[in-house]
Design a protein around this ligand. Structure first.
Ligand code: AMP
Length: 307
């Protein structure tokens, strides 16, 4: 089954209490593709980079089965650049620099071969760009999921609502769910967001796990308590990649399978934070992933006799 991934590919400078990484490869679509590549081979990558983006990084993705022919390389232009600094708690960060560069006038062109994907993951980009991707598709995918952020809610709420109305699944963090819905209670927020369009809503809560809402059902998966969290950058995108990778691999949209997808996404995110950038995602094996998922199952499982 094919998975169309659209999002930024970038250089990031990251400062955490444990160290600094200067201009390393990042971007939402980079994390999504790496995570999903452990579950599904037919990944159709759509993004834009400048000619400063290392060709070797694109080739590494291609070697994992990611079709990079939808990644536009703009000659004599610079790739998107983002810099952030994490606070001591590692749950919050300040954005220090955002240089849009090639992303400023990104007009995604979905190649002919990419226009009938089974599944779609729209990474955090302007809602206008996300909408243009949906409009270029020749048939309705089995599931379209999207991410977004507070910036688009502050600046383009009307456009954002139009895209949200067209997707099946929204994958956002708790602060974004509250801002989008105007509700503090996440249960109420889920009800409001369901009415906006998406049948499935995933609310990520960083080190406090992730919630899945579907109709009247709710499911919660914790984050794995890790001894060391080195760099949380991209954890949300890695979650989305694992989640959609699992769905595309299993082609099962039942609530039960969505629950498994949340656990798979959480497991992938737990690897991501162990090293800077995509470093850890590059070195794990399928066996590592299986073991990590088993750790989640052990962590979450309990029997109780109610008398
Ligand atoms: P996350 O930690 O999941 O929020 O994702 C961080 C990644 O998103 C970094 O690799 C950044 O390059 C990328 N990013 C940050 N801001 C933006 C933005 N405004 N548009 C697209 N990608 C972004």
């Amino acid at each position: 089954m094919s998975l169309l991934v659209v999002g930024s590919m970038a250089f990031d400078t990251i400062e955490t209490p444990f160290g600094k990484a200067d201009r390393i490869v990042g971007g939402a679509a980079t994390y999504i593709a790496w995570a999903a590549s452990y579950f599904v081979q037919d990944i159709l990558q759509v993004s834009v980079v400048g000619d400063d983006f290392p060709q070797a990084e694109l080739e590494r993705l291609a070697a994992r089965g990611v079709d990079i022919s939808g990644v536009q390389v703009k000659p004599e232009q610079k790739s998107f650049y983002w810099a952030g600094r994490y606070h001591l708690d590692m749950n919050s960060r300040d954005t220090l620099v955002t240089e849009l560069n090639v992303l400023a006038d990104f007009k995604p062109v979905i190649p002919e071969r990419f226009q009938r994907p089974d599944y779609v993951m729209l990474g955090n980009l302007s809602p206008t760009v996300q909408m243009s991707v949906i409009q270029q598709l020749r048939h309705r995918p089995r599931l379209i999921a999207m991410d977004t952020m507070n910036f688009w809610m502050d600046t383009q709420m009307d456009e954002l609502r139009k895209v949200v109305a067209k997707v099946d699944a929204l994958i956002i963090n708790d602060a974004e769910a509250r801002q989008l819905s105007g509700e503090y209670s996440l249960v109420k927020a889920a009800r409001v967001i369901h009415r906006m369009g998406p049948r499935y809503l995933v609310i990520k809560k960083g080190e406090h796990g992730a919630l899945l809402f579907y109709k009247n059902h709710a499911f919660f998966a914790p984050a794995l308590p890790l001894e060391e969290v080195f760099d949380p950058t991209g954890a949300g995108d890695t979650f989305a990649g694992g989640f959609m990778g699992h769905i595309a691999h299993t082609t099962d949209l039942s609530f039960e399978n969505m629950k498994t997808a949340v656990v798979v996404g959480s497991a992938m995110a737990s690897f991501c934070v162990e090293k800077f950038g995509i470093e850890r995602l590059k070195e794990i094996s399928s066996e590592d992933i299986e073991n990590r998922i088993r750790q989640f199952v052990d962590l979450m499982h309990f029997d109780i006799d109610l008398v």
